[in-house]
Design a protein around this ligand. Structure first.
Ligand SMILES: [Zn+2]
Length: 307
């Protein structure tokens, strides 16, 4: 699941990213209001990027200011709406490996009942947002994971929310690239000398883990560039990266997506990225990533036991 971060001065509150489903958002709101002293309310939302797992819950905070980069707002039209995802999943065939892959990763989320809401305030570069006496600094670092990524710096707490320019525990997926953009974004995080960095997915980390992640991304970039220079096509290069993948990192099939994205830049191709086609290719090239069974639809998070 994507991380959401509640930032409060004690008398005002801001939320970085919103959950993927209405039910998860209601649970998050309940948890947040157990922590916030009344009458403090979440008055500002920040979306680190436009992917649904970081922004679908926006509509569950009516009247709240939603801040993101101008590029994120422009990119929203390229993101699938929740009802499109529901339709796609309804049409998935369990006998088809790609259908089974989609159902396994997305089928247990319930996208019904969401009211996706666009950012109401955008910026480029840097924007300081006061949360009463606490300063929250938004820094545009895209294109990297997507075209319009931002990171959130809370200088008083030495904390940075990285969004999806940083993943912990899994092979990262980056849709926009190039990978140099991801590495530059991580360097900007380190330049802030943070004590804690909250990645888009996975547990909070320190600077050492950010450096290790940058090394990993740089080694993938170097390998992809070398294979491109040798004249290998994207499928051949992807197969080699998949064969050489590091044990211990989950979602290895994403290496095929990283390769496809980096090849687009190396080949100076400017047409819009075909996300579904890249995912299809990853499933074709890494058939071992396709599970044998899929969970029942709409079952995440698990229902609490009846009492
Ligand atoms: Zn994400």
């Amino acid at each position: 699941m994507a991380n959401c971060t509640l930032i409060t001065s004690g008398s005002a509150a801001l939320l970085v990213d919103t959950p993927y489903t209405a039910r998860l958002t209601h649970r998050l709101k309940t948890a947040a209001y157990q922590v916030l002293p009344p009458p403090v309310e979440i008055s500002t939302l920040v979306n680190t990027h436009a992917n649904g797992d970081h922004s679908y819950g926006n509509g569950e905070f009516p009247g709240t200011e939603i801040i993101s980069t101008e590029a994120n707002l422009r990119h929203l039209c390229a993101e699938p709406a929740p009802e499109e995802l529901e339709r796609l999943l309804d049409q998935c065939d369990e006998d088809d490996p790609f259908g089974r892959y989609l159902l396994a990763h997305f089928g247990h989320f319930d996208y019904r009942g969401l009211s996706p809401t666009s950012p109401t305030r955008t910026f480029t570069g840097v924007l300081d947002v006061p949360v009463d006496d606490l300063t929250v600094r938004l820094i545009e670092v895209g294109p990297a994971h997507t075209v319009g990524d931002l990171i959130v710096h809370v200088p008083d707490q030495d904390v940075v929310c990285a969004g999806d320019v940083l993943f912990a525990g899994d092979v990262p997926v980056h849709w926009a690239g190039p990978l140099d953009g991801v590495i530059d974004a991580c360097q900007q995080i380190l330049d802030l000398n943070p004590r804690i960095v909250i990645p888009g997915h996975g547990p909070p980390v320190g600077q050492r883990e950010v450096r290790a992640y940058m090394d990993y991304v740089a080694s993938a970039r170097d390998r992809i560039h070398a294979l491109h220079a040798e004249g290998l096509d994207v499928d051949q290069a992807s197969r080699i990266l998949l064969r050489e993948r590091r044990a211990g990192l989950g979602l290895g099939e994403r290496l095929a997506i990283l390769t496809a994205v980096e090849y687009r830049h190396l080949d100076n191709r400017t047409e819009p990225a075909q996300l579904v086609q890249m995912l299809k290719a990853a499933v074709r090239l890494a058939p071992e990533c396709v599970p044998g069974t899929t969970p029942a639809r709409h079952t995440f998070p698990p229902q609490p036991p009846r009492s």
